[in-house]
Design a protein around this ligand. Structure first.
Ligand code: FES
Ligand code: FES
Length: 157
């Protein structure tokens, strides 16, 4: 089957690439140099490949690259400003939520989407845990990740 030419925005810049009909977006992003996209399971179980697509956290291993036509994609490479980490990235570092780091890009993107949801009160620990249930970590035991997200939630303007 024929490849398609895909135009999309990634981290604020325009990109064009060719994708075969069955290529996962995670493969396409890694081929473009976005190596924060980790391929832990490639079947939607671990969340290590999470990116934001039009603001929604998506497992990019389950999302076809051809569906990215016209989409706005964010990866962890685009987080932070002028080389400085975002407040969430900083909170991850300060809370000890980054250990081997394999899961971290996916967690950052999933937590970014979670924190962006409008709500009248800060999330409870249970809500944070449920919100990040699609992301697995073998190192931290999750509490440090929850601490980092909670820190940002409390410090939200
Ligand atoms: S690599 Fe996509 S969910 Fe595990
Ligand atoms: S920090 Fe190692 S898997 Fe999460």
């Amino acid at each position: 089957m024929n490849n398609k030419t895909i135009n999309c925005k990634i981290n604020g810049a325009n990109f064009q690439f060719n994708a075969s009909p069955a290529m996962p977006l995670s493969d396409a992003l890694r081929a473009l140099g976005f190596l924060s996209i980790k391929q832990g399971c490639c079947v939607g179980e671990c969340g290590a490949c999470t990116v934001l697509i039009d603001g929604t956290a998506i497992d990019s291993c389950l999302y076809l690259a051809i569906w990215a036509q016209g989409k706005v994609i964010r990866t962890v490479e685009g987080e932070g400003v002028k080389g400085k980490p975002s407040s969430l990235q900083q909170a991850f570092a300060e809370s000890g939520a980054v250990q081997c780091g394999f899961c971290t890009p996916g967690f950052i993107m999933a937590a970014t989407a979670l924190l962006a949801k409008p709500r009248s009160q800060p999330m409870t620990v249970l809500q944070i845990r449920q919100g990040l249930a699609g992301n697995l970590c073998r190192c931290t035991g999750y509490q440090m990740v929850v601490d980092a997200v909670q820190k940002c939630e409390i410090e939200k303007p």
